[in-house]
Design a protein around this ligand. Structure first.
Ligand SMILES: [Zn+2]
Length: 280
């Protein structure tokens, strides 16, 4: 990608209605660039509706991504539950392809008390199967496992990068608020953000920084990790330092904001980034 785009998760406040189309229109009105469709209970859209949403977004020049279901756990105890989880990702990628989403983001798994290395192998098998099926179908959507906010969840930076390096068709979703919360307050300085981005580059090559998917919002946390998303101004996360690191390393791609008023914070991020970095 040639730019760093800023967008929102879900239909933002102030939209005229609750439809994704209304969300797209609001994003355009606000001068933002992207919307991450919140398919957190599954992608339930029919084929015609998906195609028409895609057309609507293209006409307005708004980039679409999607967030797959929250129930996904590729490390679930039973075969049936793992199959269901694979299906949620397949369904999101198939519906996503119909409406032209660029990426489908998902939380891969919980450890379920397993050794992280064992969990990794189970998750990798599942993701390989899903990616293989989508490749055979000619599905162009990029699957993006996300760095998660709790140490009980699969999804440290290392795990996400390793998965993306080892499975074809994957790229990371780096949720910087989650990394901050997961680590109990680390990942909060310019140096740490640069270091995290350097690790992306080392694992996946320079091109990964030229098409990166980032989540950024305020967050509160305890020793068990993420508690809830907050507005950036109510959080201790140094988002300005994140933006500085993104600017300095020439990162391109999409930054999606998940704060409670996601549009206001996405605009704050976009504005701050432009001040720090020229027009980007
Ligand atoms: Zn997420």
């Amino acid at each position: 990608m040639s730019e760093l785009l800023f967008g929102v998760a879900g239909v933002p406040k102030g939209a005229r209605g609750t439809s994704s189309e209304a969300g797209v229109d609001r994003v355009r009105e606000l001068g933002l660039d992207a919307i991450e469709l919140a398919w957190v209970r599954g992608a339930r859209m029919g084929e015609e509706a998906a195609r028409s949403l895609g057309e609507h977004a293209r006409r307005r020049g708004v980039l679409l991504t999607a967030h797959a279901a929250y129930y996904i756990n590729l490390n679930a105890e039973t075969k049936e539950k793992r199959a269901k989880s694979r299906n949620y990702i397949l369904q999101a990628a198939r519906t996503g392809a119909l409406c032209g989403v660029r990426s489908v983001v998902f939380h891969a798994a919980s450890y379920m008390g397993r050794d992280p290395e064992d969990a990794y192998r189970v998750v990798k098998d599942q993701v390989e199967e899903v990616a293989g099926i989508l490749r055979e179908e000619g599905n162009p959507v990029t699957l993006r496992p996300e760095t998660t906010g709790k140490p009980s969840q699969f999804g440290s930076l290392e795990e996400v990068l390793r998965l993306c390096a080892e499975v074809e068709g994957l790229a990371p979703c780096i949720d910087l608020a989650h990394l901050h919360a997961r680590s109990g307050g680390a990942f909060n300085s310019y140096e740490e953000f640069v270091e995290a981005l350097r690790r992306v580059e080392e694992a996946l090559g320079r091109e990964a920084l030229k098409d990166l998917h980032i989540h950024l919002s305020g967050i509160s946390y305890t020793s068990k990790g993420e508690r809830k998303h907050l507005m950036l101004s109510d959080s201790d996360l140094h988002y300005g330092k994140v933006l500085e690191a993104l600017c300095r390393l020439g990162v391109r791609g999409v930054v999606i904001c998940e704060s409670p008023d996601q549009a206001a914070d996405a605009q704050l991020l976009q504005h701050t980034y432009r001040e720090l970095c020229g027009s980007g």
